[in-house]
Design a protein around this ligand. Structure first.
Ligand code: NAP
Length: 491
């Protein structure tokens, strides 16, 4: 089959793919094809429809700076509003025709200045390939013996099956990460009995989640400066609660006070001392992503909710057996077990073979994750990533998308100006960048020895944490000001 050619192929139609396509279109790159295996745009917001799904950073930050909505019904918008926002961005920026859904990429191989991409709907070629897949798209099933033996319905949270009725059922949920924190309070009042299988407790903080009534939304839309002000306050809050606290942990006095406040909050929420103790994390706040919810902890006061902290030995046809030999009989099993983030088959999700025959996933599996600003990687010309290693500083994902897109557009504009067929980051630029990022590791919360108790997906199997240790301002500046001599442009 003759491959279909496009100047640019983007893999991933979530907010990364949408933001990058808008940036490219604005810069005059029109021959762009975005492929995605979902049924529509929005990425995780297409896939995640579980009860309680909502954004967990304020909506004023969780949106593009150039497309600030005034339609959010809550300060933390529910998932369906994010999905609708993705669809609206695609419509309003006239990029719908560039998307091809239900198309999964299997592999991409570089030769003669272009990528040949094998997909489930036929082969493609592209001069430039952009990976816009996010880190939370590949469901991770737990490696527990007997997983397939369970006779009742079971589902991963990111593939929620709404036809499975939970009311009046004995339901088990494995995992207590950010997803479970949202699901548990929603389903607890409906089910007959809910057993929560917790391996590692999560820090849970109150969420400043409030409804935005119609009049408030109207005011946001029409009052001059209202959007800008809410955005500024929200950005400052996000910056203070992640990048600053995590990456400059060593310099910030009183971080223990936040943990103390979180413990106090736990004490006000959970009545039973033993349950409270089991819900108390034994690692520094920030080693893994903390969660924000106003009713998660209190849900453990309910008489129909059990917190099970014994390790799971086996999943059987009728339920879950824990190491103490207890059989927990269940009608439905929910796997809130997260995603493959830095696993060999997730980074990227297809086989990517460079000009020397090297497979990127193999390299990253064998050695350490490395990149230049999270956007490009030595040995893989004409290939860019929106969310590459050491690119994201943990602030709003949208800021990352806009920064990476600005970086990519700048390189492609220069390639066009020079009529270059290939572009590759230099080893010196990548090494210097990595050196500067890694030099700051000791300042991060991740250097805290208690992180060993956190089981955090932030850490790779080598113990690296591939976050960009910088403020958002610095990341934004350098994504637009890096020397173009950091790339080799070849005719
Ligand atoms: P996660 O944070 O990786 O949590 C997975 C949970 O499953 C953990 O509690 C983990 O325990 C448990 N688990 C995994 N394998 C297990 C096993 N074999 N036995 C027992 N327990 C097991 O995944 P997530 O909750 O889906 O959240 C992932 C990320 O998605 C979040 O950090 C957040 O960035 C994002 N998220 C965002 C939103 C939002 O913005 N609205 C909502 C949900 C999620 P251990 O901790 O012991 O490994």
């Amino acid at each position: 089959m003759e491959p279909e050619h496009h100047e640019i192929v983007i893999v991933g139609g979530g907010f990364s793919g949408i933001g990058t396509t808008i940036a490219l279109t604005r810069a005059g790159f029109d021959d762009v094809l975005v492929v995605d295996d979902a049924d529509g745009p929005g990425g995780v917001w297409q896939w995640n429809t579980y009860p309680g799904v909502a954004v967990d950073i304020p909506s004023f930050s969780y949106q593009f700076s150039f497309a600030q909505g005034s339609q959010w019904t809550r300060s933390y918008a529910p998932g369906h509003e994010l999905k609708a926002y993705a669809e609206r961005c695609v419509d309003e920026y006239g990029i719908g025709g560039k998307f091809r859904f239900r198309t999964r990429v299997a592999s991409a191989t570089y030769a003669d200045g272009r990528w040949r991409i094998e997909t489930s709907t036929g082969p493609l070629t592209a001069r430039w390939m952009i990976h816009a897949g996010g880190p939370l798209s590949q469901p991770k099933l737990p490696d527990i013996p007997g997983l397939d033996e369970f006779a009742g319905p079971s589902m991963h949270t990111s593939r929620w099956d709404h036809s499975i009725a939970l009311d009046g059922k004995r339901v088990g949920i494995i995992g207590t990460g950010a997803t479970a924190v949202q699901v548990i309070p929603e389903i607890a009042p409906v089910v007959e009995r809910l057993t929560v299988f917790q391996r590692t407790p999560i820090w849970c903080l109150p969420k400043f989640d409030f409804p935005i009534p119609a009049i408030g939304r109207r005011a946001l839309a029409v009052v001059p400066g209202a959007k800008a002000l809410s955005r500024l306050a929200s950005q400052a809050y996000v910056e203070a609660t992640f990048p600053v606290l995590a990456h400059f942990h060593r310099f910030i006095p009183g971080t223990n006070a936040i943990e103390h406040a979180a413990r106090q909050y736990l004490a006000t929420q959970v009545h039973d001392a033993a349950t409270r103790d089991r819900l108390t994390p034994r690692y520094a706040l920030g080693c893994k992503r903390p969660s924000f919810h106003n009713s998660y902890l209190a849900t453990f006061n309910r008489s129909n909710v059990d917190l099970e902290t014994g390790s799971i030995e086996e999943i059987t046809a009728t339920g879950v057996r824990t190491a103490d030999g207890v059989e927990h009989e269940l009608d439905v099993l929910i796997l809130a077990t997260g995603f493959k983030v830095t696993d060999r088959d997730a980074l990227p999700t297809y086989e990517l073979i460079g000009p020397e025959g090297e497979n990127l996933a193999d390299r990253w599996d064998r050695t350490h994750l490395r990149s230049y600003q999270g956007v490009s990687t030595v040995g893989f010309p004409n290939y860019f990533t929106v969310f590459g290693p050491y690119g994201y500083n943990g602030a709003s994902f949208f800021t990352l998308v806009e920064n990476s897109a600005a970086h990519i557009v700048r390189v492609l504009r220069e390639a066009r100006r020079r009529d270059a067929r290939t572009v590759e980051v230099t080893a010196a630029a990548q090494d210097a960048y990595m050196e500067s990022v890694l030099a700051r590791r000791g300042n991060q919360v991740f250097a805290d020895p208690t992180c060993a108790n956190a089981n955090s997906y932030y850490f790779t199997k080598n113990g690296d944490v591939p976050f960009r240790a910088s403020t958002t301002l610095e990341a934004t500046w350098s994504s637009r000001r890096f020397p173009l001599s950091d790339y080799v442009f070849a005719p």
